[in-house]
Design a protein around this ligand. Structure first.
Ligand SMILES: [Zn+2]
Length: 314
């Protein structure tokens, strides 16, 4: 008799623990570590958050793994970058998860780009035959901290819709995150201010929002078009333009082959700067604040070394 009572008691305990857990933490998945970091800032201890891709991967081209489907099956909320950044790999994963909550249009699907400031929105008709992976404007918008705040606001609103009892908690976390971003942004823009107007080249078009915010002028790209590998004729034109405008910095995302940028650098005297565009792009970048700390420091040091201080020189 006693073992039976015990078993029932244990079953009841386990049952109540499970339901408490189910009520407790909301399972949130994001496509990138940047979004996971912002969601964690807002969701605090009321959510469990994980990202599908890692910051050292090219977010346009992520290799789909079965483990991603398992993660999506458990999610109550999926947050995506949007603007078709994930179109090459995410739709089949969502479909195969068979999780009705996170299908596009459902309450558990959040497109983080909705209220962000989006640059490079194409004029006229864009076709995939052009090879452009940015058909709905530039999807690397998280690289402006102001957009980070807007994304956080959307996440807080959606979390509060799913868990109305925690609305005050999410609102308070959002206000705190926003305040800390504003403070840090003053510091970052202050560090970049002496280099305002410096002309640079980037590999992929990952940095227009970053350049806009921190006063850089991107005059060319190693890729002829977003998602299209370098070609000899484009590289030659770029080298000529860089010589003409005396460009000293090439910003490269960590997941590209450095062969072409290195060759361009050797012919122009420019420096190749491996600049992570995402949280997780380096071991020392565990969160959204550290991303800008890292990139701004990297840039400022390089700009000092190449003597690029146009506002001081002119
Ligand atoms: Zn891109």
């Amino acid at each position: 008799m006693k073992p039976t009572y015990l078993a029932v008691a244990i079953a009841m305990l386990v049952g109540s623990a499970n339901s408490a857990l189910a009520q407790g933490k909301l399972n949130v998945m994001t496509t990138t570590q940047d979004l996971a970091s912002i969601a964690g800032e807002v969701g605090g201890d009321r959510i469990d958050v994980d990202s599908i891709s890692r910051g050292y991967q090219d977010p346009h081209f992520v290799e789909a793994k079965p483990s991603f489907i398992l993660k999506l099956q458990r999610a109550a909320l999926l947050i995506v970058v949007g603007r078709e950044l994930e179109i090459g790999w995410l739709p089949p994963l969502i479909q195969q998860s068979r999780n009705a909550k996170i299908q596009p249009g459902a309450d558990g699907y959040l497109d983080a780009s909705q209220h962000a400031k989006i640059l490079d929105i194409p004029q006229g008709q864009v076709t995939r035959a052009m090879g452009d992976v940015h058909p709905l404007g530039n999807p690397h918008y998280w690289l402006d901290p102001d957009n980070g705040k807007l994304v956080a606001r959307d996440i807080a609103a959606r979390l509060a819709e799913i868990r109305p009892n925690d609305k005050a908690y999410f609102d308070q976390r959002l206000a705190d995150f926003t305040r800390r971003v504003d403070e840090a942004l003053k510091r970052w823009t202050g560090m970049m201010a002496p280099f305002k107007g410096t002309k640079v080249v980037t590999y992929h078009r990952s940095f227009p929002n970053f350049a806009d915010r921190f006063g850089l002028d991107v005059i060319g790209y190693v890729e002829p078009r977003p998602g299209i590998p370098p070609s000899p004729s484009h590289t030659l034109e770029l080298i000529q333009e860089m010589k003409r405008q005396q460009i000293k910095i090439i910003m490269m995302e960590p997941y590209f082959d450095s062969k072409t940028p290195d060759s361009i650098a050797s012919q122009t005297g420019a420096r190749v700067l491996v600049m992570p565009p995402s949280v997780g792009g380096e071991k020392t970048i565990p969160d959204y604040f550290k991303l800008f700390d890292y990139d701004v420091n990297l840039l400022v040091n390089a700009l000092k070394q190449v003597g690029a201080a146009p506002t001081a020189q002119r």
